[in-house]
Design a protein around this ligand. Structure first.
Ligand code: NAX
Ligand code: K
Length: 299
């Protein structure tokens, strides 16, 4: 079972891990290494777009790792500000001779094979401001393969919403899957999704991505083992409604994104096939689900 968490949980878990277990600089290096390992960079021309926070810092650390592996890359800085750890890895990248540019509108990006989006991560809120708007537009216009780090820039990590959002071919999310990646418009913005495990200790669990074997209906013992079923969200109604969504909304959207059945556990359970959402009293299950076939009944 994989955890799917909110931005608040991610940020609290980051802080908890840094306070007790792993220095933040080490976590940033691990994040960048996770991105490095998720992509085949050899022979590619790479541009990394960096913002002002630690998401930008991941980009600076990645630039250093690429330099160590003789992959040419250019840093496009969209802000002149750095986080503390970001500045550390920026200085390292400079020492390693990485090319750097201030991003300006109308930049010709046609020579790059891969664009890396390190503009905005879990610290993003509100509408995209200033030069970040032009940078997101430029990334989305380009023909290159786009890799978003942690969260597609401009996307709300809890709701999947955003007026101006990077469209990625691959999103390497740091630590844990974020709920917004399965909701709303995220369906159209996130290509492939992978998780880079960097050793973050979770402070709480919000949602789960479950294996089919974990989808056993009470009383009947019906187990949905078909490949159609992998997602389960026992998220608390309270935390879901913070995003202005009802539980059926959340389940339905996650189902649409994942093309899987979704079950929200609780006193009343809920199952959706991506088109319709079924409410169930404890111990019940809808006839449509039951008719999935004998072969799918648990022995
Ligand atoms: N130490 C940690 O907490 C770790 C953080 N990591 C990375 O750091 C990210 C979080 O870093 P931060 O908390 O610094 O936040 P971000 O880097 O996501 O963004 C914060 C920056 O964006 C700016 N910003 C916020 N909203 C904006 C808007 N609407 N328009 C334009 N600019 C806006 C803020 O002024 C701030 O400078 C994660 O997504 C992840 O990529 C990873 O390196 C792992 C460790
Ligand atoms: K990003």
């Amino acid at each position: 079972m994989k955890d799917v968490i909110t931005v608040a949980t991610m940020r609290e878990s980051d802080a908890h891990t840094i306070a007790l277990y792993v220095p933040s600089r080490e976590l940033m290096y691990r994040a960048a290494m996770g991105v490095y390992q998720a992509v085949n960079w050899q022979g590619k021309k790479v541009a990394i777009f960096t913002g002002s926070g630690n998401n930008g810092g991941d980009g600076y650390a990645l630039a250093g790792i690429l330099a160590d592996h003789s992959v040419p890359c250019c840093l496009y800085q969209v802000s002149e500000h750095y986080s503390e750890d970001g500045k550390y890895y920026y200085d390292q990248a400079v020492e390693k001779g990485v090319e750097r540019k201030r991003f300006s509108e109308g930049e010709d990006l046609s020579r790059y094979d891969i664009l890396v989006d390190c503009l905005l991560g879990t610290g993003f809120s509100g509408p995209v401001r200033g030069a970040f708007q032009q940078a997101i537009q430029a990334i989305n216009r380009a023909k290159a393969y786009v890799v978003s780090v942690d969260i597609n820039s401009g996307m709300n990590g809890d709701t999947g919403k955003g007026d101006l959002v990077v469209r990625s071919d691959l999103t390497v999310t740091i630590g844990y899957l974020k709920a917004g990646m399965f909701l709303g418009e995220a369906v159209w913005k996130v290509g492939r999704l992978v998780v880079a495990d960097i050793g973050i200790r979770l402070v709480r669990e919000d949602f789960f991505l479950a294996t089919p074997e974990e989808m056993v209906f009470p009383r009947s013992g019906l187990s949905l083992q078909s490949s159609q079923v992998t997602m389960m969200t026992p998220g608390e109604a309270e935390s879901v409604s913070k995003n202005g969504q009802t539980i059926p909304d959340v389940a339905q959207e996650i189902a649409l994104r994942s093309q899987r059945l979704v079950r929200v556990l609780g006193k009343h359970s809920l199952v959706t096939d991506g088109y319709r959402t079924y409410f169930m009293e404890e111990g019940e299950y809808p006839a449509e689900i039951a008719s999935l076939g004998e072969g799918e009944r648990k022995e």
